[in-house]
Write a protein that binds this ligand. Structure first.
Ligand code: FAD
Length: 168
Protein backbone atom coordinates (compact mmCIF):
# COMPACT_ATOMS: atom_id res chain seq x y z
CA UNK A 1 0.00 0.00 0.00
CA UNK A 2 1.31 3.41 -0.93
CA UNK A 3 1.98 5.87 1.88
CA UNK A 4 1.71 9.61 1.46
CA UNK A 5 3.57 12.01 3.77
CA UNK A 6 1.22 14.93 4.34
CA UNK A 7 1.41 18.02 6.50
CA UNK A 8 -1.11 18.88 9.19
CA UNK A 9 -2.86 22.18 8.47
CA UNK A 10 -5.12 22.35 11.53
CA UNK A 11 -5.67 20.46 14.78
CA UNK A 12 -8.59 21.49 16.97
CA UNK A 13 -10.99 19.96 19.47
CA UNK A 14 -14.32 18.73 18.07
CA UNK A 15 -15.33 17.73 21.63
CA UNK A 16 -13.40 17.51 24.90
CA UNK A 17 -11.70 14.25 23.77
CA UNK A 18 -12.15 14.24 19.98
CA UNK A 19 -9.76 15.99 17.59
CA UNK A 20 -10.53 17.39 14.17
CA UNK A 21 -7.38 17.11 12.08
CA UNK A 22 -7.14 18.76 8.66
CA UNK A 23 -4.36 17.60 6.36
CA UNK A 24 -3.02 18.51 2.99
CA UNK A 25 -4.50 16.19 0.36
CA UNK A 26 -2.00 14.22 -1.76
CA UNK A 27 -2.43 14.85 -5.49
CA UNK A 28 -5.06 12.66 -7.21
CA UNK A 29 -6.06 11.07 -3.88
CA UNK A 30 -9.38 9.20 -4.16
CA UNK A 31 -11.90 7.91 -1.60
CA UNK A 32 -15.65 7.58 -1.27
CA UNK A 33 -17.72 8.85 1.71
CA UNK A 34 -17.63 6.18 4.43
CA UNK A 35 -14.18 4.84 3.58
CA UNK A 36 -11.13 4.77 5.85
CA UNK A 37 -7.35 4.55 5.62
CA UNK A 38 -4.38 3.75 7.83
CA UNK A 39 -2.51 6.60 9.42
CA UNK A 40 0.76 6.80 11.30
CA UNK A 41 2.82 9.68 12.65
CA UNK A 42 5.92 10.58 10.64
CA UNK A 43 8.36 10.76 13.52
CA UNK A 44 10.90 8.41 15.08
CA UNK A 45 9.33 5.45 16.84
CA UNK A 46 5.82 6.00 15.42
CA UNK A 47 6.11 5.36 11.67
CA UNK A 48 5.16 1.67 11.92
CA UNK A 49 2.27 2.30 14.35
CA UNK A 50 -0.54 2.42 11.80
CA UNK A 51 -4.15 2.89 12.94
CA UNK A 52 -7.38 3.00 10.88
CA UNK A 53 -9.34 6.25 10.66
CA UNK A 54 -12.26 7.36 8.50
CA UNK A 55 -12.29 10.39 6.20
CA UNK A 56 -14.82 12.95 7.39
CA UNK A 57 -14.21 15.39 4.56
CA UNK A 58 -15.73 15.05 1.10
CA UNK A 59 -13.84 13.57 -1.85
CA UNK A 60 -13.95 16.93 -3.68
CA UNK A 61 -12.63 18.99 -0.74
CA UNK A 62 -9.18 20.50 -1.14
CA UNK A 63 -8.03 19.00 2.19
CA UNK A 64 -8.45 15.71 4.05
CA UNK A 65 -10.22 15.80 7.41
CA UNK A 66 -10.28 13.18 10.18
CA UNK A 67 -12.31 13.20 13.37
CA UNK A 68 -10.45 11.20 15.99
CA UNK A 69 -11.31 10.19 19.54
CA UNK A 70 -8.22 10.22 21.73
CA UNK A 71 -7.34 7.62 24.34
CA UNK A 72 -4.48 8.96 26.50
CA UNK A 73 -4.59 5.83 28.71
CA UNK A 74 -3.60 3.59 25.74
CA UNK A 75 -0.33 5.54 25.37
CA UNK A 76 -0.76 4.82 21.64
CA UNK A 77 -1.22 6.77 18.43
CA UNK A 78 -4.26 8.82 19.45
CA UNK A 79 -2.41 10.03 22.56
CA UNK A 80 0.53 11.03 20.36
CA UNK A 81 -1.82 12.93 18.01
CA UNK A 82 -2.65 15.21 20.95
CA UNK A 83 0.95 16.52 20.83
CA UNK A 84 0.94 17.42 17.12
CA UNK A 85 0.68 20.89 15.61
CA UNK A 86 0.34 22.41 12.13
CA UNK A 87 3.38 21.60 9.99
CA UNK A 88 3.92 18.16 11.57
CA UNK A 89 3.54 15.20 9.20
CA UNK A 90 1.32 12.15 9.09
CA UNK A 91 1.66 9.14 6.79
CA UNK A 92 -1.63 8.35 5.06
CA UNK A 93 -2.22 5.09 3.20
CA UNK A 94 -4.62 4.46 0.34
CA UNK A 95 -8.36 4.46 0.95
CA UNK A 96 -10.29 1.24 1.62
CA UNK A 97 -13.51 -0.02 3.17
CA UNK A 98 -16.97 -1.05 2.11
CA UNK A 99 -19.07 1.32 4.21
CA UNK A 100 -20.98 3.53 1.79
CA UNK A 101 -24.40 5.00 1.15
CA UNK A 102 -26.86 2.39 -0.11
CA UNK A 103 -30.11 4.37 0.03
CA UNK A 104 -32.46 6.06 2.49
CA UNK A 105 -32.48 4.51 5.93
CA UNK A 106 -31.83 4.80 9.64
CA UNK A 107 -28.17 5.07 10.62
CA UNK A 108 -27.16 4.00 14.14
CA UNK A 109 -23.86 5.04 15.72
CA UNK A 110 -22.17 5.27 19.10
CA UNK A 111 -19.47 7.87 19.85
CA UNK A 112 -16.64 7.98 17.32
CA UNK A 113 -18.41 5.23 15.37
CA UNK A 114 -20.33 8.06 13.72
CA UNK A 115 -17.38 9.13 11.54
CA UNK A 116 -18.39 7.29 8.32
CA UNK A 117 -21.80 8.95 8.57
CA UNK A 118 -20.26 12.45 8.87
CA UNK A 119 -18.85 12.12 5.38
CA UNK A 120 -21.96 10.37 4.00
CA UNK A 121 -24.38 12.98 5.40
CA UNK A 122 -22.16 15.88 4.31
CA UNK A 123 -22.11 14.37 0.83
CA UNK A 124 -25.89 13.93 0.66
CA UNK A 125 -26.39 17.46 2.02
CA UNK A 126 -24.03 18.89 -0.63
CA UNK A 127 -26.14 17.17 -3.32
CA UNK A 128 -29.40 18.28 -1.70
CA UNK A 129 -30.32 14.59 -1.32
CA UNK A 130 -30.58 14.19 2.45
CA UNK A 131 -34.20 12.97 2.04
CA UNK A 132 -35.71 11.15 5.02
CA UNK A 133 -32.45 9.65 6.31
CA UNK A 134 -32.27 9.42 10.09
CA UNK A 135 -29.37 9.25 12.52
CA UNK A 136 -29.72 7.67 15.95
CA UNK A 137 -26.60 8.72 17.84
CA UNK A 138 -25.69 7.25 21.25
CA UNK A 139 -23.28 8.99 23.61
CA UNK A 140 -22.61 9.19 27.35
CA UNK A 141 -23.28 12.91 27.79
CA UNK A 142 -24.24 15.95 25.71
CA UNK A 143 -20.58 17.05 25.77
CA UNK A 144 -19.63 13.87 23.88
CA UNK A 145 -21.87 14.54 20.85
CA UNK A 146 -19.59 15.04 17.84
CA UNK A 147 -20.68 17.69 15.29
CA UNK A 148 -23.99 18.26 17.10
CA UNK A 149 -24.76 21.63 15.48
CA UNK A 150 -23.96 20.36 11.99
CA UNK A 151 -26.08 17.21 12.34
CA UNK A 152 -28.97 19.32 13.68
CA UNK A 153 -28.67 21.62 10.67
CA UNK A 154 -28.46 18.80 8.13
CA UNK A 155 -30.99 16.36 9.61
CA UNK A 156 -33.34 18.49 11.75
CA UNK A 157 -35.87 16.28 13.52
CA UNK A 158 -34.24 13.19 12.01
CA UNK A 159 -31.22 13.65 14.31
CA UNK A 160 -32.07 11.58 17.37
CA UNK A 161 -29.76 11.57 20.39
CA UNK A 162 -29.56 9.00 23.15
CA UNK A 163 -27.51 9.76 26.28
CA UNK A 164 -26.60 6.96 28.71
CA UNK A 165 -25.15 9.03 31.56
CA UNK A 166 -27.30 12.15 31.54
CA UNK A 167 -31.01 12.78 31.84
CA UNK A 168 -32.27 15.51 29.49
C1 FAD B 1 -12.18 0.87 9.80
C2 FAD B 1 -11.99 1.68 11.04
C3 FAD B 1 -12.19 3.06 11.01
C4 FAD B 1 -12.01 3.82 12.16
N1 FAD B 1 -12.26 5.17 12.10
C5 FAD B 1 -12.12 5.92 13.21
C6 FAD B 1 -12.37 7.34 13.18
O1 FAD B 1 -12.69 7.93 12.13
N2 FAD B 1 -12.26 8.03 14.32
C7 FAD B 1 -11.91 7.44 15.52
O2 FAD B 1 -11.83 8.13 16.53
N3 FAD B 1 -11.65 6.10 15.57
C8 FAD B 1 -11.73 5.34 14.46
N4 FAD B 1 -11.44 4.00 14.52
C9 FAD B 1 -10.90 3.47 15.79
C10 FAD B 1 -9.41 3.81 15.90
O3 FAD B 1 -8.71 3.09 14.88
C11 FAD B 1 -8.84 3.47 17.29
O4 FAD B 1 -9.48 4.23 18.26
C12 FAD B 1 -7.35 3.74 17.30
O5 FAD B 1 -6.68 2.76 16.51
C13 FAD B 1 -6.78 3.71 18.71
O6 FAD B 1 -5.39 3.82 18.57
P1 FAD B 1 -4.44 4.02 19.83
O7 FAD B 1 -3.04 3.75 19.33
O8 FAD B 1 -4.66 5.33 20.49
O9 FAD B 1 -4.87 2.93 20.85
P2 FAD B 1 -4.90 1.34 20.69
O10 FAD B 1 -4.19 0.87 19.48
O11 FAD B 1 -6.31 0.89 20.94
O12 FAD B 1 -4.10 0.94 21.97
C14 FAD B 1 -2.69 1.03 22.07
C15 FAD B 1 -2.29 0.04 23.16
O13 FAD B 1 -2.94 0.39 24.41
C16 FAD B 1 -3.36 -0.78 25.08
N5 FAD B 1 -4.81 -0.68 25.35
C17 FAD B 1 -5.84 -1.05 24.52
N6 FAD B 1 -7.03 -0.82 25.11
C18 FAD B 1 -6.76 -0.27 26.32
C19 FAD B 1 -7.56 0.18 27.40
N7 FAD B 1 -8.90 0.12 27.34
N8 FAD B 1 -6.95 0.70 28.48
C20 FAD B 1 -5.60 0.77 28.54
N9 FAD B 1 -4.77 0.34 27.55
C21 FAD B 1 -5.34 -0.18 26.46
C22 FAD B 1 -2.97 -1.95 24.21
O14 FAD B 1 -1.75 -2.44 24.71
C23 FAD B 1 -2.78 -1.37 22.84
O15 FAD B 1 -1.84 -2.05 22.08
C24 FAD B 1 -11.61 3.21 13.38
C25 FAD B 1 -11.39 1.83 13.43
C26 FAD B 1 -11.59 1.07 12.28
C27 FAD B 1 -11.35 -0.41 12.35
Amino acid sequence: MEQHAVKIKLVENATHDVLRIVLEKPGKYIFTPGQATEISINKDGWIKEKRPFTFTSLPDNADLEFTIKTYPSHQGVTNELLKLKPGDELLVGDSWGTIGYKGVGTFIAGGAGVTPFISIFRYLHSKNEIGDNKLIFANKTKADIINKDEFEKILGKNFINILSDEKT
